[in-house]
Design a protein around this ligand. Sequence first.
Ligand code: GCU
Length: 403
Amino acid sequence: MDEDAPRALPAVSRLEPRDELPDPLEPLDGDRVRTAEDWRERRRELRRLLRHYVYGYAPEAPDIETETERTAGVLDGAATLVETEIGFPDLPADAPSITLALYLPTEVADADESAPVLLGLNWGGNHAAVADEAVTITDRAREYGADERGVASDYWCVDRVLSRGYGFATYHLADVDPDNPDRADGIRPYFDDELPGPPGTEWGSLAAWAWGLQRCVDALRERDGVRSDEIAVTGHSRCGKAALLAGATDERIGLVAPHQSGTGGTALSRDNGQESVGDITGTFPHWFADTFSAFHGQVDRLPVDAHCLAALVAPRPLIDTEGARDYWANPGRALDALRAAEPVWELLGEDGAADDLPLHEGDEMSEETVGAVCQFRRETEHTLDAGYVDAILDFADVHFDRA
Ligand code: GCU
């Protein structure tokens, strides 16, 4: 049976309110999870619950077809740019496609070697993430992206990523879904007849962006130069929510790094005290399945929460990067989620999280200090910059045996 095929699940009003967080190791019915095999079953259940009540059901992975163009010597000679157009042959010709920009360090590309790759979801267009005339400004980016090339280059710091021996890959969220409450002009309408869930559980933008990241993984794994088991996924804020969802639900992704992802990402919805379910579904109803908004004012009925999404990443490594002054994203409730998810890593034989989380700037990252689950904080508000990129790569160095 398809792991996401919906069994009848109760209406929100029929879910039992509970005081405690749902235990990721306690299935809805049946015995507590004690083995890795039991966990596979519970993992399927959690994934289904998260889709049903929070993010919505995405369609199955479709066939893709790709067309690629390589340009050597971009970023002042630091990288080879590989642009891939990812199309969907089974969809009508007017359906959107994804433009994936991959930068490989020149020494890796020239020597026919391969590199680990940081895959980030961007909001301003591929041309905004990297200032180089070689980057295509897509039609979608002209419509929905930033006006100027390179406006987000200090944010993504791709030169830094390359200098650390990693490739960088990115796609613009509007390729898949332009973050539009009326759903117009994205990929979702093309799959209306193929979604596995009942009415009200259709995928929202977060699930669509996550699905887009997974299509990028499909394409990256076919590319020379990419270490297919060392693809790390990241994104900031709403893109961090999507990155966590993508990484949690796709075991091909080797490391997951949601950045300041907040409610709907790593921060628990229960007792959040910052952005509530009512706030987020009121302002961004299109991000989630319609079912999620029903938890407004009754968040204690949620049978899952952010810790369950985080737990789906196990046994793979997860780093949650946060700004200590980014109150709205709620680093404290994100840390609580990681702690509540940690028993799953331990069950699977991994060290969970170090005792003294969060780590801060300057703290050493090594196998001894980070474990498989880590939270790292810097003294910033809501932003992405080289300090965070370095932390993600320090953590990746440990887990990809580069430290
Ligand atoms: C809003 C929203 C957050 C989100 C952020 C962003 O602040 O409330 O949940 O993370 O936008 O994506 O920038």
